[in-house]
Each structure stands twice: as structure tokens, then as C-alpha cells.
Design a protein around this ligand. Structure first.
Ligand code: FPP
Length: 232
């Protein structure tokens, strides 16, 4: 499979990176080892997506429900993230990638928030790919947060187009393609508003095993789909 054969590159690809825990369990390792491997897989896909000319890549890193996990596991995910920002900024700048975060960010620890701000600030002039990490995110929370902003603005009614301006990143185009790994066939409260017309791609591959070839398979599947957006 070759990237040159791609006829159509989606503008926005989003990924639910699932299966880190099972990947570790199958190897008799603690769950956090799966997240560490997952972070490596993400790095490969980030570079590949940027080289392919994809304009937006977003990933589901931590949901508002993930706080129910063991404290140790949460700490590993957050520290991987902080480490990621601290060590990968040069690479993001070199590749002209703008790093952005979305979710209920003000509920994160000071250390995590500080890194997020640094990462966003350092890459804010980059105009290549946008890389969005959703953190402490849930689709319902995003819609409710939007509604609360609308109430604060004392609006009496609002159109669909206006509503979009109240989402976390108003200028983010809706995903063209959503990939979910590890064989789960659910949306799991992810980008509920934005996914209205998104093409879905599910694979049994666990996230730490996901690589460039698997990503290309998803893009191939996408390019032969006919998107009608409700028309005939
Ligand atoms: C889902 O697998 C994965 C997560 C909840 C965390 C995703 C985190 C990373 C890929 C690493 C760090 C991220 C960044 C942005 C550097 P799961 O634990 O639910 O797996 P399971 O369903 O097999 O238990």
C-alpha cells in the first residue's frame, strides 16, 4: 500500500486511540506500559499525517469519565502528556504543526495546564497541520459548555451556524474520518456535535500496534466512500 496512490486526503482525521490497556495485559505488563507504547504510536501517526498534508489531526487522549481509573494510571497518562509537550516542541515547530487542546482544561492540574499553555503558545504561529489533543473531554460537556456560554450572552435563539461558534475550537472543521481502534464499535461521548456527517472506520488493531500502514488502510477505505450529506 502506498501513500502516492491516495486519491483523496481528508481535511480532518480524528482518532479514538483505544486498546492500550489490553495491549499491555496480553503481554503481562501493567496498563501504563500500554499508554507509553500508545504515545509512541501517536508520534508515528502525527508525523505521517503531517507529511501526507492532512490539515487537522485530533485525538481522544482523556475523557471526563477517565478520572474513574486508578490514580497511578491517570498520573502516567498526564505525565506522558507533559513529557510529550516538553520534549516534542522542537519537532512540532520543525514540522510547522500547531498544538491545541480541547476539553474542560481548567479542571486539570497546574502542572498539566502550564505545559498545555506553553505548548499552545510556542506553536501558535505554525500554519501547517493542527494537532488537537482532547483532554478531560466529553461531547456532552462540550455542548453543555456551549449552551452555558450562549445563556451568558443572553441569546434568545440561535442558528446551527452560530452554535458552532460556541464550541471549544470554533474554527476546527468537522472530522471527515473518525478512526477507532481495538474493535469497539462506539462513539463513547466523543465530538457528538462534530461527528454528525463523519465517516466512521473501525479496526481490531490495538492502538499501540497502529502504524502508518494501518492509517493508510483507513484513508483508503475513506476515499472510496460517497459522502452525500443528506442529498441524493
Ligand atoms: C484508551 O485505551 C487510551 C487512553 C484512555 C489514553 C490514551 C493515551 C495515550 C495514547 C498516551 C498519551 C497521550 C498523549 C497525547 C501523549 P484503554 O486504556 O481504554 O485500553 P483498554 O480499552 O484496552 O483498557
Amino acid at each position: 500500500m502506498k501513500a502516492q496512490n491516495l486519491l483523496k486526503v481528508p481535511t480532518h482525521v480524528s482518532i479514538i486511540m483505544d486498546g492500550n490497556g489490553r495491549w499491555a495485559k496480553r503481554r503481562g505488563l501493567p496498563r501504563y506500559e500500554g499508554h507509553k507504547e500508545g504515545a509512541k504510536a501517536l508520534e508515528k501517526i502525527l508525523t505521517f499525517a503531517s507529511d501526507l498534508g492532512i490539515q487537522w489531526l485530533s485525538v481522544f487522549a482523556f475523557s471526563t469519565e477517565n478520572w474513574k481509573r486508578p490514580k497511578e494510571e491517570i498520573e502516567v497518562i498526564m505525565s506522558l502528556l507533559v513529557e510529550y509537550i516538553n520534549t516534542k516542541l522542537d519537532k512540532l515547530l520543525e514540522k510547522n504543526i500547531r498544538l491545541r487542546f480541547m476539553g474542560r482544561l481548567n479542571q486539570l492540574s497546574d502542572e498539566t495546564l502550564q505545559s498545555i499553555k506553553e505548548g499552545e503558545e510556542a506553536t501558535k504561529e505554525c500554519n501547517g497541520m493542527n494537532f488537537v489533543i482532547t483532554l478531560n473531554y466529553s461531547g456532552r460537556a462540550e455542548i453543555i459548555d456551549a449552551i452555558n456560554k450562549i445563556l451568558k450572552d443572553k441569546k434568545e435563539s440561535i442558528s446551527i451556524d452560530e452554535f458552532k461558534n460556541y464550541l471549544y475550537i470554533p474554527e476546527m472543521p468537522e472530522p471527515d474520518l473518525l478512526i477507532r481502534t481495538s474493535g469497539e464499535l462506539r462513539i463513547s461521548n466523543y465530538m457528538l456535535w462534530e461527528l454528525a456527517y463523519t465517516e466512521l472506520y473501525f479496526t481490531d488493531v490495538l492502538w499501540p500496534d497502529f502504524n502508518e500502514e494501518e492509517f493508510l488502510k483507513a484513508l483508503y477505505s475513506y476515499q472510496f466512500r460517497e459522502r452525500r450529506f443528506g442529498s441524493v
